[in-house]
Write a new protein. Structure first.
Lengths: 214, 406
């Protein structure tokens, strides 16, 4: 019974969404749109659960003086400051303190994290392109061609050759045929996997996402 | 000299009189709707009319029966012939002889129009006339046609048929599995590695980190990830190894709490469940990545499992995990992130393998049946693709057109 009601709701809503895909009648589409909005509202309201979890986890960490408990104080303090300014004076209004802190603290920090990706890509590429076997040799060759073919230097190096031997042409060929074939193969497999997973969820065969098999 | 002067005056008079004569010409009333008609070349010969006018009920995803789609073949004078067609005037009539309301003036070179203001269920007639700068052709007529609220999207019939075939295959193999038939499932090294990774963490006395991606709970990859989490939690409960689950979405955190708690209970170790290990970090992508990296460096998990939907943070996480020396297993259907995981992780589940995980790990007959059904559907898809390529090369485009969806 504990699992029965969620499984019944999943079955009915899942089936209805499937019907919505094939039946274009506006009443069906409108109801489906309404249901999607309910989902959005539930997800938005759930942020309270997240905040509760954040406070509890960091509070316990500070109380038990676990490794890095000082960071937890910072986290809770900044959250309190953002909440204190965002509550009474608004969040996204231009000129508000919350907006200023978001634009001048969080956004630059996120940009910094994102820019670190360039260094991580370099170190990952260094490992990936090491020549260890025939397959890795193939990968290395393809990578060199594609990387050079995407910059003006590649064009410059092979401009005296016939078009089919130039690096930009080889790059386009690698990207359009072997790369695209693999890409689509994975996508098609994943699409079938999604359908199988969806069917298992709708029919209640797959129920471990609800917290257990029983 | 006098003769030359007279000739010049005469020419000037003639040139001045010519526009006056044009101004006096009666402009077709149909032209009154055509913007820029005066700029077009002016003659007294109407352009050739369009042909093959077809009017049909327009079916769209939110179909209220209030749209009718029109299509026609261009006038021979549109871009060719006299080349003076500047557009088409589309009129809607309640009956073939009644005067019509203007629906649209469509520019030259286009043979399509959508009437978005029809009364559902009312029959209409449509006329389309081609226009040059001053004249309109004989209108061509189509109808009657009425807009209807449809109960079926014909452009998706192929999807429906293949879905039924797929569902039938899944049901057949599920039934076979339930009857005890031995179903061969290919080995997926990444899934076998999960238990090894947890075992290694246990030996080292360090925790296991499970990242369920940053997708919302409505993302099917997140659902697949939660099913894998359930299996992982049972193993960690058995081995008494701490399991840390950082999440980027509050609903996912809530679901993960439930999944892990139940898994520990099913494994007979409810006391080992630590709610502080299921953590909501941040909805912001890179704040989440920074926080998970912090966990990797401070709490030093020996096994990192990344399963679910990942975007640009994938490499930030996997590279940090690699640097921290953890054994790493990743799984995602995000094709653009797969190369990063393949590079930085020890094992990677690609695309469908993520969805196959719960069946593969549990070996439950019902789940195995769906896995086998998926494999057979792949075979059907490959056969259809091959047939489509051959038929298309032979000029039979019907099968390819049938598969085109809206």
């Amino acid at each position: 019974m504990r699992r029965g009601i969620p499984l019944a709701i999943t079955f009915l809503i899942g089936l209805f969404m499937l019907v919505d895909f094939f039946v274009p009648h506006y009443r069906v589409s409108d109801l489906a749109g309404e249901m999607k909005q309910w989902g959005t509202i539930v997800i938005a309201a759930s942020i309270l659960l997240g905040v509760g979890n954040l406070i509890r986890v960091h509070f316990h960490k500070i109380r038990r003086r676990r490794d890095g408990w000082q960071y937890s104080i910072t986290t809770l303090l900044i959250m309190a400051v953002m909440f204190a300014f965002g509550g009474p004076w608004g969040t996204i209004q231009e000129g508000s303190a919350f907006n200023w802190m978001f634009l001048n603290m969080q956004v630059p920090l996120q940009s910094t994290m994102f820019s670190l990706l360039a260094f991580f890509i370099a170190s990952a590429a260094y490992r990936a392109f090491r020549l260890r076997s025939a397959e890795s040799g193939l990968l290395l060759t393809a990578a060199i061609i594609v990387m050079l073919g995407r910059v003006p230097l590649g064009q410059l190096l092979t401009r005296a050759l016939p078009e089919q031997a130039t690096l930009p042409w080889l790059t386009e060929t690698i990207m359009a045929y072997p790369n695209m074939a693999a890409f689509r193969g994975i996508l098609m497999g994943a699409a079938l996997g999604v359908m199988a997973m969806g069917l298992r969820v709708i029919l209640g065969i797959e129920r471990s996402y609800l917290g257990g098999e029983k | 000299m006098k003769l030359c002067l007279s000739l010049v005056v005469l020419l000037l008079l003639v040139s001045a009189a010519a526009p006056a004569a044009d101004d006096a010409e009666t402009v077709d009333p149909l032209m009154s709707d055509v913007e820029g008609a005066v700029q077009a070349p002016v003659d007294s010969i109407p352009p050739a009319p369009p042909s093959d006018l077809a009017a049909r009920d327009h079916i769209e995803n939110t179909d209220a029966g209030d749209k009718i789609a029109l299509s026609w073949s261009l006038s021979p004078d549109d871009g060719a012939g006299a080349g003076d067609v500047i557009g088409y005037l589309v009129l809607r009539h309640p009956s073939p002889d009644a005067p019509g309301d203007t629906v649209a003036v469509v520019g030259a070179g286009s043979g399509r129009c959508l009437d978005e203001a029809v009364e559902p269920g009312t029959a209409y007639y449509y006329t389309v006339a081609s226009l040059d700068g001053a004249n309109a052709s004989e209108p061509v007529l189509a109808g009657p046609v009425a807009g209807r609220t449809n109960l079926w999207q014909p452009a998706r019939t192929s999807v429906f048929v293949l879905m039924i075939v797929f569902f039938a295959l899944v049901m057949i193999f599920t039934r076979l599995a339930e009857r005890g038939a031995a179903l061969f499932i290919r080995r997926i090294p990444g899934l076998n590695a999960i238990e090894e990774a947890v075992g290694r963490a246990t030996e080292m006395g360090r925790p296991v980190l499970y990242v369920p991606g940053i997708g919302e709970i409505d993302n099917i990859m997140t659902i697949a990830s939660l099913t894998i989490l359930s299996h992982v939690a049972k193993i960690t409960a058995k081995y008494e190894t701490p399991l840390i689950v950082p999440t980027a979405r509050a609903v996912v955190m809530s679901a993960a709490e439930e999944v892990v708690k139940e898994a520990y209970a099913e494994a007979g170790r409810p006391d080992a469940y630590n709610p502080d290990n299921i953590r909501y970090l941040s909805d912001a992508q890179f704040a989440f990545a920074a926080a998970v990296n912090g966990i990797m460096l401070r709490e030093k998990p020996a096994a990192n499992l990344y399963m679910g939907a990942f975007w640009a943070e994938s490499l930030l996480l996997a590279e940090t995990g690699f640097e921290a020396g953890a054994i790493q297993v990743a799984g995602t259907a995000m094709v653009s992130q797969l190369p990063f995981f393949v590079t930085a992780c020890d094992f990677t589940l690609m695309g469908e393998e993520l969805y196959a995980a719960s069946a593969y790990l549990s070996r439950e007959p019902k789940l195995m049946g769906s896995l086998k059904g998926s494999d057979w559907m792949k075979m059907v898809t490959i056969i259809l693709m091959g047939a489509g390529v051959i038929l298309n090369l032979m000029g039979a485009t019907g099968i390819v057109n049938w598969f085109q969806t809206q």
